[in-house]
Design a protein around this ligand. Structure first.
Ligand code: 13P
Ligand code: SF4
Length: 305
C-alpha cells in the first residue's frame, strides 16, 4: 500500500471505531474497498452478517438492493452507502406495479423473487430467494400449481431445469453476466484444459450448460477452497477473481471474460467510505410498511433454506 492509502485506511479504521461501525463489501467490490472491509460476502450473506453484529452503523459497499436488504433485516441500525447511486440494473427491470399486474394475470400463482429486487417488489412476494437457494426454494413449493419467478429470466431457466417446474418468468437479466458468451468459456477451456468451470446462474443458458458447478459468488469461494483442482475458470463478474486469488494463493483463477465488469459495483472507493463515515450518509431507509412485508418473504425463504 502506498503512503496516502495507508493514511486513508488508518483514518477509516479510527472513524469506524468512533462511530461503532462495520464495513461490509460485496465480493465484486474494488480491491481497495475489499481490503478495508470487516466482512466480504455474497448478497444475502452480508445482510445476515449485519443482523448478527452489534455495530450501530453499517457501511454497505455493494449495490442499492443489498443495502436495502440489510436495512430490512436490521431496522435498528443505520445503513449507509458510500455511493448511493450504485444501483443494480437487473433489480430496476421490474417495478412493484409490474409484479402486481403479473400476479393479477396469474391469481393462483405463488410469487418467488430473487434478492436482486427493490424492497417494494419484495413486499409483493411470497418468497424471496438467492442464487444459493433458488432451486431449494422452488423445489419446496411442491403443493403449488403455478409459480411466478422474477426478475431474472436466466436464473428462472436454470431453476426450472433443476427443479423440473415450469415457471412464469419476467424478462429481466444482468447486463454484466450476459457479456460472458459460450465462446469465451470454450476458448478458456482450450487454454486451461484441467481447469474446473464455475458459473453464476445469472449467466446465459448456453454458458450455464458448460459449467462444472453453478454457484453464487460465495459458493464459488467454498468450491475453489475445497476442490482439489488447481485451476478454475470463473464465469461471473471479474472482481471476484481478486478475492479468490487472495484466499487461495496456490491456485490459479481465470476470468471467463474481462468484459464482465459491473460498473455499479465499482463506484465505492476508500475515499467515499471515509466521507460516508464522516457524514454518516447516504442513509438507506425502507418505510416500515414495506419493510414488514418484505421481511416476511425473506423469513419464509430462510425457513426453507
Ligand atoms: P451473489 O448473491 O451470488 O453474490 O450475486 C449477487 C449479484 O448481484 C450477482 O450479480
Ligand atoms: Fe446487478 Fe448484475 Fe451488477 Fe449483480 S452484476 S449487481 S446482478 S448488474
Amino acid at each position: 500500500m502506498i503512503k496516502e492509502d495507508k493514511e486513508l485506511a488508518r483514518k477509516i479504521k479510527e472513524l469506524k471505531k468512533k462511530r461503532n461501525a462495520i464495513i461490509l463489501a460485496h465480493n465484486y467490490q474494488l480491491p481497495e474497498v475489499q481490503d478495508i472491509a470487516d466482512f466480504r460476502g455474497d448478497s444475502l450473506e452480508l445482510s445476515r452478517i449485519a443482523a448478527k453484529n452489534d455495530a450501530k452503523v453499517i457501511v454497505f459497499c455493494g449495490v442499492y438492493f443489498m443495502a436495502e436488504t440489510a436495512s430490512i433485516l436490521c431496522p435498528d441500525k443505520k445503513v449507509i452507502m458510500p455511493d448511493i447511486s450504485s444501483g443494480c440494473p437487473m433489480a430496476n427491470m421490474m417495478t412493484a406495479e409490474d409484479l402486481r399486474k403479473l400476479k393479477q394475470k396469474h391469481p393462483q400463482a405463488v410469487a418467488v423473487g430473487y434478492v436482486n429486487t427493490s424492497a417494494e417488489v419484495k413486499a409483493e412476494l411470497d418468497y424471496c430467494c438467492t442464487s444459493t437457494n433458488a432451486v431449494a426454494v422452488v423445489s419446496a413449493l411442491k403443493d403449488k400449481k403455478e409459480i411466478i419467478f422474477i426478475p431474472d429470466k436466466y436464473l428462472a431457466d436454470y431453476v426450472s431445469k433443476k427443479s423440473g417446474r415450469k415457471l412464469i418468468s419476467w424478462h429481466g437479466f444482468c447486463p454484466t453476466h450476459v457479456k460472458i458468451l459460450p465462446e469465451d468459456l470454450k476458448r478458456e477451456k482450450k487454454f486451461h484444459p484441467k481447469a474446473k468451470v464455475m458459473v453464476h446462474p445469472e449467466c446465459l443458458s448456453g454458458v450455464v450448460a458448460l459449467a462444472d458447478a453453478v454457484l453464487s459468488t460465495s459458493q464459488m469461494g467454498k468450491y475453489a477452497r475445497e476442490n482439489p483442482a488447481k485451476e478454475f475458470i470463473v464465469a461471473t463478474e471479474a472482481g471476484l477473481v481478486y478475492r479468490l486469488k487472495q484466499d487461495n494463493p496456490d491456485k490459479e483463477f481465470y476470468p471467463a471474460s474481462e468484459r464482465a465488469v459491473c460498473p455499479n459495483m465499482k463506484r465505492a472507493t476508500q475515499e467515499k467510505v471515509l466521507w460516508a463515515l464522516e457524514e454518516l450518509k447516504d442513509e438507506v431507509n425502507v418505510p416500515d410498511e414495506i419493510r414488514k412485508k418484505a421481511r416476511l418473504a425473506i423469513d419464509r425463504m430462510l425457513a426453507i433454506a
